[in-house]
Design a protein around this ligand. Structure first.
Ligand code: FRU
Length: 494
């Protein structure tokens, strides 16, 4: 039975979508069908197609009572909207259908697990919220919420855990075929922990233990866990709130954290070995992964960040985008990311130059411009004995308007700067990361898709992502250096 609330959302989004011109959206990044989008949800491969759901408020371009939007794709680049999957329409989720995940059940139906949010006692001050885990089952288009929801309620939180910050269930398959579910929670120390529950069927769940604990090291509460094997190790992705910056590895605010280690399923223990940020740019949060039929682990994140949402003007017809799908691998103990190989099929209009001298004079090259482009760049000092001190590429440029990427080989730092990208807000506009070993040769692949840039550095060892809402008429790309640099560049339109 489709509720009144869901019917209204579906009617509204279909009509609102028709008012948004195709060109007003990115070409191959998913945006909300109408209104607001945040986290990716329920990312899965089901009956021959990729399904991506998302945190969704269709009625305005701001966060409000959460629904699940829905889209499907064959290649993760061309998306077709399906009707909104869920609305906040039950007593246990009337204040929000928050983030969650999906898995195919043994009988072929799709199981969605999400956090239902309801306000607690209305007379209590401060007002409290109750977060519980709920499920819905469906055919890939329509989903029926389970009659006995929630399936993991506040009583299943271990002593000291929070029932207000208890969310974002991630479904996994256990070694013995049972379902597992990892839920983010706030323990007594005020930071984050991940709780593991198991189930034979997706409906009755048993608490197993604490899979991982923040212990106040990486921000406070951890949101949106994902957990999967990769190249012989186990990877845990979480999105910590309230990070303190640490060197150039972690940035303040809402961050992304990748822990690499091993997993002892019988002991319910994840043993961390290494930690790193997932993205070093401005806008990347709450990623989820999917395993493709040919065995690739692919990640998509919300290409926005809570503290920087004001970059989008409130009257915009849509707000929020998903990142490029990125293939993940582990190399030298680090997480590497690379644009999904399906993107190569979109490449056209090749322009390539080798051994281009770049110096103080700003350089424009024939055929190298645009806002939907794939750029591969290699930069080295002209004289190996005497490096240039700064290399700058500017894109989405017109007059003073631009976004820039600056590399300083003496500091080994790369900086993204979107101060001049057209934003009228006093929010964070630049970030730096360390790029080790690039003094001899810096390599970058930069993907622009109208309202974003994603910079894959050093073969995907580091990635910097930023949303930019620069007017589309700004499409020049230029290069300059302090000192003498030499560059090879290949550009494709996408
Ligand atoms: C992360 C998050 C989740 C929550 C959702 C609500 O961005 O805060 O923890 O489920 O957004 O929209």
């Amino acid at each position: 039975m489709i509720s009144q609330e869901l019917m209204e959302a579906r009617r509204y989004e279909a009509e609102a979508e028709s008012r948004i011109a195709k060109e007003a959206r990115p070409a191959f990044h998913l945006t909300p069908r109408a209104g607001w989008m945040n986290d990716p949800n329920g990312f899965c491969y089901y009956k021959g197609q990729y399904h991506l759901f998302y945190q969704y408020y269709p009625y305005a371009s701001r966060w409000d009572s959460m629904h699940w939007g829905h889209a499907v794709s064959d290649d993760l680049l061309h998306w077709t909207y399906l009707p909104a999957a869920m609305a906040p329409d039950r007593p246990y989720d009337k204040d929000g259908v928050f983030s969650g995940s999906a898995v195919e059940m043994e009988d072929g139906r799709l199981l969605l697990m999400y956090t239902g949010v309801r306000m607690g006692d209305p007379s209590a001050r401060p007002l409290t919220q109750v977060q519980t885990q709920c499920v819905a089952v469906g055919d890939g288009i329509d989903f029926e919420k389970y009659a006995s929801n929630p399936v993991i309620d506040e009583n299943a939180v271990p002593a000291g855990g929070s029932t207000e910050d208890f969310r974002d269930p991630k479904l996994i398959r256990m070694a013995d075929g049972r379902l597992g579910c990892i839920v983010a929670d706030r323990p007594a120390d005020g930071s984050g922990q991940l709780l593991l529950y198991t189930s034979p069927d997706g409906f009755s769940w048993t608490y197993k233990g604490v899979l991982a604990s923040n212990r106040c090291r990486f921000g406070r509460m951890w949101e949106c866990p994902d957990f999967f094997p990769l190249d012989g190790k186990q990877v845990l992705l979480v999105s910590p709130q309230d990070m303190l910056p640490s060197g150039l590895e972690y940035q303040g605010g809402n961050g992304t954290l990748c822990l690499i280690g091993s997993y002892d399923e019988a002991a319910c223990a994840f043993r961390e070995e290494r930690d790193q940020a997932v993205d070093y740019g401005i806008d990347f949060y709450a990623p989820q992964t999917v395993l493709t039929p040919d065995g690739r682990r692919v990640m998509i994140g919300w290409m926005q960040n809570w503290d920087a949402c004001a970059i989008r003007e409130p009257e915009a017809p849509w707000a929020g985008q998903m990142s490029l799908p990125r293939e993940l691998s582990l190399r030298d103990g680090r997480l590497y990311q690379w644009p999904i190989r399906e993107l190569d099929a979109l490449r056209k209009d090749k322009a390539a130059y080798r051994d281009v001298a770049v110096g103080r004079e700003r350089l424009y090259l024939d055929g190298i411009s645009g806002r939907t482009v794939d750029l591969e760049i290699r930069v080295r000092p002209k004289d190996p004995e005497k490096s240039y001190s700064k290399f700058v590429i500017r894109f989405a440029e017109e007059g003073e308007t631009c976004t820039s990427v600056r590399f300083r080989p003496q500091e080994s730092t790369l900086k993204i700067d979107r101060k001049y990208a057209g934003s009228r807000r006093a929010i964070l506009h630049e970030r730096r990361c360390l790029v080790e070993n690039a003094a001899r040769e810096l390599t970058m692949r930069i993907i622009l898709d109208r309202y974003s840039c994603e910079i894959f550095i050093d073969g995907g060892r580091k990635v910097m992502t930023a949303a930019l809402y620069t007017d589309l008429s700004a499409e020049k790309i230029s290069f300059r250096a302090d000192g003498d640099a030499v560059m090879d560049i290949t550009k494709y339109s996408l």
